[in-house]
Design a protein around this ligand. Structure first.
Ligand SMILES: Cc1cc2nc3c(=O)[nH]c(=O)nc-3n(C[C@H](O)[C@H](O)[C@H](O)COP(=O)(O)O)c2cc1C
Ligand SMILES: Nc1ncnc2c1ncn2[C@@H]1O[C@H](COP(=O)(O)OP(=O)(O)O)[C@@H](O)[C@H]1O
Length: 311
């Protein structure tokens, strides 16, 4: 998959594509359905299947910390979109300048002149351009004028439930990991770099890799059975806490993972943590001793949930 970062990197050679536009947060089963149709059309028209997305996500630019917690960071999206057969990802830096681009310019300059769209798939509630004046009907008439088809995505249902990023966030917040996984079509993971912490973990007998979530707000909190891996590593199993660590007066929300059969050095490594099942909510403890006893318990539960050997 080719990654094009920023409008200025769209070259004349990129003219001609089938396109879909959106956040694709989580790259869930509804997204996968849209992408599969797009890829089919691309193969038929012999042009690249192209997806336009925004970084940060528009709500993050407009609402800052009040934006909903993300299901996937760009790195995860790239991986998942590539697996689904997207040939080109156009990632637009969503800043005040881009947000003020008039809807007509978005269509004429970007979609028609630069990208040479042959077929466009968007939700029929898709709004774009300055003051969000651009809409589906406007795209439809531009399509008639420049001879490209504009089709709307259908809601993808699992059972009687519409698969949406909001629904998945709700399931995750309630700790319903298996249901969330079903709607996502893949496990929910958090990704980040292992940083130095306060070195308390090892004194408790539970070294914990502290994984900085940077600006990512986690849609989940609490204690989980997890799997952890990086690049082409083996998969390690463990138990993790995501929260503020009230017992040691933590100030920022942090992901901490203790791995069961590991005694290496993880500092500086970018790791992916799959949250398999929730064990409990985070809570304050009277002493580190009490916390240690609880973590022991959590580790046993995690081992049972992951199907590891007891002990
Ligand atoms: C499985 C697990 C469960 C945890 N649960 C809690 C908890 O309920 N409350 C809390 O304050 N800290 C909890 N912690 C976080 C510990 O406070 C933290 O790992 C410890 O302070 C070590 O910090 P350090 O890695 O910076 O040395 C938990 C950690 C793990 C690994
Ligand atoms: N079983 C293990 N699980 C997690 N981290 C481990 C393990 N064994 C060794 N480590 C290493 O120890 C570090 C965590 O030790 P800890 O005392 O909690 O220090 P810190 O406060 O810096 O996280 C990890 O970042 C990792 O490099």
């Amino acid at each position: 998959m080719e990654l094009i970062r920023g409008i200025h990197n769209i070259l004349p050679a990129h003219h001609g594509c089938v396109l879909t536009i959106g956040n694709f947060d989580g790259v869930h089963r509804g997204h996968a359905e849209v992408i599969s149709k797009l890829v089919q059309k691309a193969r038929q028209l012999k042009v690249p299947a192209t997806l336009m997305t925004f970084e940060p996500q528009p709500q993050e630019m407009f609402r800052g910390e009040n934006a909903p917690a993300r299901l996937s960071i760009l790195r995860d999206k790239i991986f998942l979109l590539e697996e689904l057969g997207i040939d080109r990802l156009v990632c637009i830096n969503f800043n005040a300048k881009f947000a003020s681009l008039p809807a007509e310019d978005f269509i004429d300059k970007l979609l028609v002149e630069s990208l040479g769209v042959k077929y466009l798939v968007v939700g029929d509630d898709f709004c774009f351009g300055k003051q969000r004046k651009g809409n589906f009907n406007m795209l439809k008439s531009a399509g008639e004028q420049h001879s490209f088809a504009v089709v709307s995505t259908q809601s993808f249902l699992l059972g009687d439930k519409r698969v949406s990023s909001t629904e998945i966030r709700d399931l995750l917040a309630k700790g319903k990991m298996e249901q969330a996984r079903r709607l996502l079509g893949h496990p929910f993971t958090l990704c980040g770099k292992v940083a130095h912490g306060e070195k308390i973990g090892r004194t408790l007998g539970f070294p914990t890799a502290n994984i900085a979530l940077k600006r990512q707000v986690s849609p989940v909190r609490g204690v989980f059975a997890v799997k952890l891996y990086w690049d082409n590593s083996d998969t390690y199993e463990g138990v993790a806490n995501i929260g503020f660590r009230p017992t040691v007066n933590g100030q920022v929300c942090q992901l901490e993972v203790h791995l069961f059969d590991f005694d290496g050095d993880l500092y500086g490594r970018t790791v992916e943590v799959e949250l398999v099942a929730k064990i409990r909510d985070e809570q304050p403890f009277q002493s580190l001793e009490a916390l240690k006893r609880q973590i022991n318990n959590d580790a046993d539960k995690a081992k049972a949930l992951l199907g590891c050997d007891a002990g």
